[in-house]
Every structure is written in structure tokens, then in C-alpha cells.
Design a protein around this ligand. Structure first.
Ligand code: GDP
Ligand code: MN
Length: 378
């Protein structure tokens, strides 16, 4: 789960990371009033779940606070990477002398949290990492021991930071590591951390991405949940308790168990059409879960056909069958539907569906080929 910069700033503050003074506004008037309250040059910043806001024109320094509402009005009318800007942060502008990059993320190769730092932070960090990887310092954090001071220093040394920088930045980097670990984040990033004209170090951006599987441990993040949803259909599906991810193809897929669902996505693609989604009804799903799943898929205008691939273990095929029949009673299934149903209570499930006029495919791959036949190849 991603949070907005203004929310990330609040979390950073709780961990003692110095951040510039900032507020959030939903209208140009509100932003103008906040700028007048700050009463110095301000930065107006689009709050969207996308990086590169600066380059897209979503971050503007405003010298005279009286101009802030006009600038905020423009930014509130923008779309950045397809996301409408609904909020702006109004932040006291900082006199920047230098921009650094500090980040902690999960390194799957070493299977450890990894500290990444650079003396060349700012909006071109991706380019720095791609073209001059030697300018990125790094050090893994042993998850059993935590970020020991020597690990923090090692990261900064390997990034070429000088003694003064190491002295000023080490405590901030240690707090960022603590924030990453304590909050079960998969990314915690300050880009840029700046050195101001008077020699202080301060975060002027905040990016945190939390591990969804650990959110149950962080009730304090519930308030941020709703806003983190960018796709309305995903939000609706998650509201119904479904494990649903929207993809870009045309074959709606429903299955039980993440492995089987992912294999089914591959089967659809191998048969010639891309999947429109991932949807795992989980183990032991009841009829209403299946019906709700169908209702979500049918709301996606990209879905041209639906492939249900269930291998019943804990999940009972007759419950799945009841769910399909319930769905057909509740709303029109406007696209072709292909079903593969095997395992626990298979014969009961099939009997119910046969009565309702459905047929079956014997394997997932047969079902994938059939749905592509019905939709037509791409
Ligand atoms: P991003 O582009 O989405 O990462 O947004 P940032 O918050 O990182 O801002 C982008 C750039 O805007 C920074 O790298 C700075 O160069 C500039 N910027 C942001 N805040 C300030 C500020 O307070 N003062 C000045 N002078 N520049 C700022
Ligand atoms: Mn940034």
C-alpha cells in the first residue's frame, strides 16, 4: 500500500526524521490560506501515487505566498501519469544547497532489506542508477540484528559521502531504517534529502510503500487505506474481501489458490489472449464469494469472456456451482463463460450446473483454448 507524500511526512516525523513544514489542501483557496499562514516562499506539490511529479510539472516553487492559490488551482486541474490530482501539499520552501538520495527496500537477491544512498539525489536518480551505478552506495541490513551503526556508515562510505555528510546524515538514515522495519514497509525513500544553505539536513519528499500482508499489524494505517486505492474496481473488489488485481487483457479469470490462478493467467496468454485480471477466491470459498467475483469481472468493460478454473480441495465444487447460478440470477452474464471444475464434490457441482445448461472443459488448458475460441483470437 502506497501513501501520499503528506502522509509519509507525518510518519517520518513520528520517527524523528526532520521534514520541512507542510500541510495538505483540497482546493485552491485552502492552499492559498495555508501559504499565507506559512508566510514565506512555498512549494505546491501534487499528491498522487506516482513518482516524477516534479518532471511532470506537479511541483512548483512559489516565491510570493499570495500567488499560491493560483498555482494550486493549476496543479489541482492536472493529471499525472493518468492520475487526477485531488490534493496538493503546501510546504515551506527550503533553500537547497545539495540533494541526496536515501532509500531502504527489500533486495530479493540477498533476501535482506537493502540501504541505497547517493550523493546525486533528486529528480534524475533513475538515470544516475542506470548510467553510473557506482554512484549508488549500498549495504544490506541483517533482519535479525537490525541496522547497526557500522552498517549505516558502510552504506554512506560506499556512496562516497564525506565525513561531514556522514555525521549529519547517519542519524537520519538510521531513523529511516527503523521506520522501514517497524512499519513493515517494502520501500521507504527520501528523495531528495537536502542540505540547506545553513547546513541542516532535511527530508523534502517522502515515499513509503507498505507490505499489504503486514497491514493487519498496523491499524494506525487504516485511515490511509481508502485513499491508497487508485483503481475504483480494485477498491470495490477489496471492499468485498476479494484478492483481485486488474490487468490489461480481455480474459476474466477466476480460480482458487494464487498458484492455480497465476497458472491460469499463463494458460489464457498461451492460448492467445491476455488475462484481464487476477482473482483468487481462496480456499473454502462459499457461493456468495463466487457470485461477487463474477459481478466484479462483469463490471470491467475490457472483459470479453470469463474463464473459471477451480480445483476443489477445501473448496467445494458444489459451492462454486451455486455461486455461478446465484450470479446468473442476480445479473446478466453478458460474456461467454467457460468452466473447469475438478475435485471435492465435483459430481454435485456438475449436476447443478448441467441442470442450468452449462458445459465443462476437462483441463485448464482446454478451458483456456475454448474461451479464446469464443472471444476470437487477438
Ligand atoms: P518528485 O518529483 O515527485 O520526486 O517530487 P519532489 O518532492 O522530490 O520534488 C522534485 C524537485 O523539486 C526536488 O528534487 C527539488 O529540486 C524541487 N523542490 C522540491 N521542494 C523544494 C523546495 O522546498 N525548494 C526548492 N528550491 N526546490 C524544491
Ligand atoms: Mn522526490
Amino acid at each position: 500500500m502506497k501513501v501520499h507524500e503528506y502522509q509519509g511526512r507525518e510518519i517520518f516525523k513520528q520517527f524523528g526524521i526532520p521534514v520541512s513544514e507542510g500541510y495538505v489542501a483540497e482546493t485552491a483557496d485552502e492552499a492559498g490560506a495555508l501559504a499565507m499562514k506559512i508566510n514565506s516562499p512555498v512549494v505546491i506539490k501534487a499528491q498522487v501515487h506516482a513518482g516524477g511529479r516534479g518532471k511532470a510539472g506537479g511541483v512548483k516553487v512559489v516565491q510570493n505566498p499570495a500567488d499560491a492559490s493560483g498555482v494550486a488551482g493549476n496543479i489541482l486541474g492536472m493529471e499525472i501519469k493518468g492520475l487526477p490530482v485531488k490534493k496538493v501539499a503546501v510546504v515551506r520552501a527550503v533553500d537547497i544547497e545539495h540533494e541526496y538520495y536515501l532509500g531502504v527496500t527489500l533486495d530479493r537477491e540477498s533476501r535482506m532489506p537493502m540501504i541505497l544512498v547517493s550523493r546525486e539525489g533528486g529528480v534524475d536518480i533513475e538515470q544516475v542508477a542506470a548510467q553510473t551505478p557506482e554512484k549508488i552506495g549500498r549495504a544490506p541490513i541483517d533482519p535479525l540484528i537490525g541496522p547497526e551503526p557500522f552498517v549505516i556508515r558502510k552504506a554512506l562510505y560506499s556512496g562516497g559521502f564525506d565525513a561531514d555528510e556522514i555525521k549529519g546524515i547517519s542519524p537520519i538514515l538510521a531513523k529511516l531504517c527503523k521506520c522501514y522495519l517497524d512499519m513493515d514497509a517494502q520501500l521507504a525513500e527520501i528523495n531528495p534529502l537536502v542540505r540547506t544553505k545553513d547546513g541542516a539536513f532535511m527530508a523534502i519528499d517522502a515515499k513509503i510503500d507498505f507490505d499489504d500482508n503486514a497491514l493487519f499489524r498496523h491499524k494506525e494505517l487504516d485511515a490511509f487505506k481508502e485513499e491508497s486505492e487508485v483503481d475504483a474496481l480494485e477498491a470495490e473488489a477489496h471492499g468485498l474481501g476479494l484478492a483481485y488485481v486488474r490487468l490489461t487483457g480481455e480474459v476474466g479469470v477466476i480460480g482458487n489458490g494464487a498458484g492455480l490462478v497465476m497458472a491460469t493467467l499463463d494458460m489464457a496468454a498461451a492460448a492467445g489472449r491476455k488475462p484481464a485480471n487476477f482473482l483468487d477466491i481462496g480456499g473454502g470459498a462459499r457461493a456468495d464469494v463466487v457470485a461477487n467475483s463474477l459481478s466484479i469481472l462483469l463490471k470491467d468493460p475490457n472483459v470479453k469472456g470469463i474463464l473459471i478454473n477451480v480445483f476443489g480441495g477445501i473448496t467445494r465444487c458444489d459451492e462454486v456451482a451455486k455461486g455461478i447460478i446465484e450470479a446468473a440470477g442476480r445479473f446478466e452474464i453478458r460474456v461467454p463463460l467457460v468452466i473447469r471444475l475438478k475435485g471435492t464434490n465435483e459430481s454435485e457441482g456438475r449436476a447443478l450446473l448441467e441442470q442450468a445448461g452449462y458445459t465443462f472443459e476437462e483441463s485448464g488448458m482446454d478451458a483456456a483454448r475454448r474461451i479464446v475460441e469464443l472471444i476470437g483470437a487477438a
